[in-house]
Every structure is written in structure tokens, then in C-alpha cells.
Design a protein around this ligand. Structure first.
Ligand SMILES: *Cc1c(COP(=O)(O)O)cnc(C)c1O
Length: 451
């Protein structure tokens, strides 16, 4: 009874899979927040190196992974695929449950899969420093690690309330040599403007994005980096699904359903897109994104053009959105609190090729605890949403008496998120259904884009 399906270093994928040629139609243009016209590469060059902008729109199905990037991937890739025998037994389900475990990376999540190539392409382009933002710190710590490996300086604007309440990822960023600045800060115009109005502002991801973008745009040697949502980020994450396909072959099975948690869309797409390629070629496989019911962009948002950030400085993209001034409640899965969704995932959901479902946080923690007690690994609160989705599919298989094969992405471990589990056990967590009226209100402030 094999439990882990392992690949050798030579089997680290040599290419990333680009889903763009397999999309059900042309991509919607990305719109400039100032002119409300489609952005040009020249608009974006102050923020991103040319190689990443090319990947953003590339029509090539396979994009070669540079050797320098694969050499860093060797430190933790290929990641293991586990068969959850003990969870299956606990659930008394006939389903076969598999999970791809991305928590074995140095930063503890899938995020270094894209932080490393982003740092590499910036180094190649002569960038000296990366400015970025972070909420709970998963992205900031991944980018700090990647920058340290390619000799880049790293400035992380960290949402002030997280900076104060979540000290350990800040410590990780320091260890990897990054400068961490609580946001809003007096370093940028957008930060100073917020501080004038409210000197004790707790900050938000939207404000931190505005500060990092402004920092990069106003310094010639600095560029910006984003940890999710953009096409090139999803592209880099496809190493996950490509490895998983090889590992499912070792297990002698093919999934009936592929599941990932969805915040901005990167870990979900990383696992799902390589299977989507099979689906596009006629194979039968369901693909399911699980989001928190407190921030339900895919299931309650509308498919429209909206700003990427609160301050309306980031580009406008067509995506499922709850409105750019939507303020999600303070749930523990910090990485899933984004008002929008990846444009690629949005288009696939809109076309009915991908399914989306929302899950409340208490049910997710319940599934995470059940998983930990069977499998040992402590999941990140974000990943618990994928576990909930997998457990529900397994229980349905039991009801129907079917032998379903389920594959999900365990996007990270929860070792630095134990406050969330403490709060869960102390009964301090609540479920939030975001009120539809509030969503409707935010949606009234969408930009008026005519394309
Ligand atoms: C950031 C994060 C997520 C959410 O981001 P996606 O881009 O939707 O993947 C999920 N899981 C973990 C562990 C994360 O760190």
C-alpha cells in the first residue's frame, strides 16, 4: 500500500505549461487605470522586466524553465504526492484521495515556485531591488528568500496589523535579508496620505499594493512583484500539476476531480491547468475551486472589469470581482482575502469549464483538524478550504457508493499560523456570509471601461 509517490530531481519539469493557447476564447485586454484604454508593454516596463511581460501574453503552450531556476527548484522539488489512506479510513469512504504537498518548500507554501523565477528574470534585467507587499507574510517571505538567492535587495510593505500580530513571518523575511516596512508608511505618497487621515490605520492589502507599486515606479533600479492573479504567476505554478500528473501515473490512477483553494488563483491553477490541457483534449475530469464564503468572488461576484487594488492605481482586468473597495472580514485564511480572482480562472469559470464553490471557515477548520489527526500534517488555513472540498467529494462518493479518485493541492503548512487553530479551539472563530447588499454596493463603483 504505497503512501507517497516520489519523483527524482531529473523529473523536475523542464517547461511551464501556458494555458493561454487552450483558453475557450481570446483574453480580455488589461486596461490602464488612468486612461481607461488597453495597457501597452511600455506602460508596464517600469514595474516588470520584459521577460515576465512577454510571458503574461505569450501564445506559446510550453515555456522553457531557465536552468538557474530549476537549480533552485531542486532544493525542494519535485514535491511529494501522498495517498491519504488514513484520511480515507477515517471517512470510511470508497474514494481514493491524493494530495500534492507544497508545504515542503523553504517558505512553507507553493509561493516560491513563482518568487524564484521572478527574482531570476529581474536579476537578468539588471533590477537591483524588488518592492512588494504582503498580508500575512507568505508572499513576502517567499520573495525575500528568492531575492536573497539572486542577490537582489527586497522591500516588503507588510499590512500593519499583520506586522504587529504575526511576528514570525516578519522574522523569516529579516533572516532572508529583506527590509520589512509596516504599511501604511511615510515612505510613499499613498502611505502618507492615509496616515494624515488616520495615523493609526491598521492598513490593508490594497494600501500595501499601492505603496509597493509607487516605490517601484519612482525608483529606476527597483521593480514590483506580485504573488498571484497575473498570468505569469499562474504559469510558473504549473510545475505542481505537471509533477502531479506523473505521480498519478506512478499510482496507476487518473483523478475524477481536481481541487484547489482559491484566493487569487495561483496554487489552484498550478495544480489544475495541466489537467485542463487534458480536458481541452477531450478527457473527462472535473476541476473545482474552493473559496471562503466570507470572500466569495467566484461564486457571488460579477464578471466585469475592475481595479486590481483599492487605491485605483493598479491595472484594470476583467475578472470575477466583489468590487475593489470590498473589505473582507478578518478571517484566518489571510491568503484568500482578495476582492478579485485571476482573469484566466475567471474566464474558465465563466465558460463553465471550471466549477467554483464557497466554504465557511468553521467547516474548513473542522476538515483541517480531521486531516491532521489522520495524516499528521498541519495545513495552512488557506489549504483547509481544499481539504473541505476533498472531504465533501469523498463523503458524496460514500453516499453514492462510488469509487471516485480525488486529487487536491495542499498548498502549505500551518506552522506559522497556529494562532488560527488556537482561536478555532477556543471558539473564537465565526462564520461570515458576506451580505449580498454590500457586494451590490461595491459593484456600483466599478470603472466604466468601454471595450
Ligand atoms: C497565498 C496562499 C494561498 C492563496 O493564494 P492563491 O494565489 O489563490 O494560491 C493559498 N495557500 C497558501 C498556503 C498560501 O500561502
Amino acid at each position: 500500500m504505497e503512501t507517497r509517490f516520489l519523483l527524482g530531481e531529473k523529473q523536475i519539469p523542464t517547461h511551464w505549461y501556458n494555458v493561454i493557447p487552450d483558453m475557450p476564447g481570446p483574453l480580455a485586454p488589461v486596461i490602464h487605470p488612468g486612461t481607461l484604454k488597453p495597457v501597452t508593454p511600455a506602460d508596464m516596463l517600469p514595474l516588470f522586466p520584459g521577460a515576465l511581460l512577454e510571458q503574461e501574453m505569450s501564445p506559446e503552450r510550453w515555456i522553457r524553465i531557465p536552468d538557474e531556476v530549476r537549480d533552485v527548484y531542486r532544493l525542494w522539488r519535485p514535491t511529494p504526492l501522498h495517498r491519504a489512506h488514513r484520511l480515507e479510513a477515517a471517512l470510511k469512504t470508497p474514494a481514493h484521495i491524493y494530495y500534492k504537498y507544497e508545504g515542503v518548500s523553504p517558505a512553507g507554501s507553493h509561493k516560491p515556485n513563482t518568487a524564484v523565477p521572478q527574482a531570476f528574470y529581474n536579476q537578468q534585467a539588471g533590477t537591483k531591488r524588488i518592492a512588494t507587499e504582503t498580508g500575512a507574510g507568505q508572499w513576502g517571505s517567499s520573495m525575500a528568500m528568492a531575492c536573497s538567492m539572486f542577490g537582489l535587495a527586497c522591500t516588503v510593505y507588510m499590512v500593519r496589523v499583520s506586522y504587529q500580530q504575526k511576528p514570525y513571518r516578519k522574522s523569516m523575511m529579516h533572516l532572508w535579508g529583506a527590509e520589512v516596512i509596516p504599511s501604511p508608511s511615510d515612505r510613499t505618497r499613498s502611505g502618507r496620505k492615509i496616515l494624515e487621515q488616520d495615523p493609526r490605520s491598521p492598513g490593508s492589502l490594497g494600501i500595501a499594493i499601492s505603496e509597493a507599486v509607487e516605490d517601484a515606479a519612482t525608483h529606476d533600479d527597483a521593480k514590483y512583484a506580485l504573488g498571484s492573479v497575473l498570468n505569469h504567476v499562474l504559469l510558473h505554478q504549473t510545475v505542481i500539476g505537471q509533477e502531479a500528473k506523473e505521480q498519478m501515473k506512478l499510482a496507476g490512477e487518473y483523478p475524477d476531480v481536481v481541487i484547489g483553494c482559491h484566493g487569487g488563483g495561483s496554487n489552484f491553477s498550478g495544480l489544475a491547468f495541466p489537467f485542463l490541457a487534458d480536458k481541452a483534449a477531450g478527457k473527462e475530469v472535473r476541476i473545482l475551486a474552493i473559496e471562503p464564503s466570507s470572500c466569495p468572488s467566484l461564486t457571488k461576484g460579477i464578471y466585469a472589469f475592475d481595479f486590481g487594488d483599492t487605491a485605483e492605481v493598479a491595472p484594470i482586468a476583467k475578472m470575477y470581482t466583489l468590487g475593489h473597495d470590498f473589505i473582507p472580514p478578518g478571517i484566518h485564511a489571510g491568503g484568500l482575502r482578495y476582492h478579485g480572482a485571476a482573469p484566466l480562472v475567471s474566464q474558465l469559470v465563466h465558460a463553465g469549464i471550471i466549477e467554483a464553490r464557497a466554504a465557511p471557515q468553521l467547516a474548513c477548520f473542522e476538515a483541517a483538524v480531521q486531516f491532521s489527526r489522520a495524516e499528521g500534517i498541519i495545513p495552512a488555513p488557506e489549504s483547509s478550504h481544499a481539504i473541505r472540498g476533498a472531504v465533501d467529494e469523498a463523503l458524496r462518493a460514500k453516499e453514492e457508493g462510488k469509487e471516485r479518485v480525488i486529487l487536491f493541492n495542499l498548498s502549505g503548512h500551518g506552522h506559522v499560523d497556529m494562532t488560527a487553530y488556537d482561536d478555532y479551539f477556543a471558539g473564537r472563530l465565526e462564520d461570515f456570509e458576506y451580505p449580498s447588499e454590500k457586494v451590490a454596493e461595491s459593484l456600483r463603483r466599478l470603472p466604466k471601461v468601454a471595450v
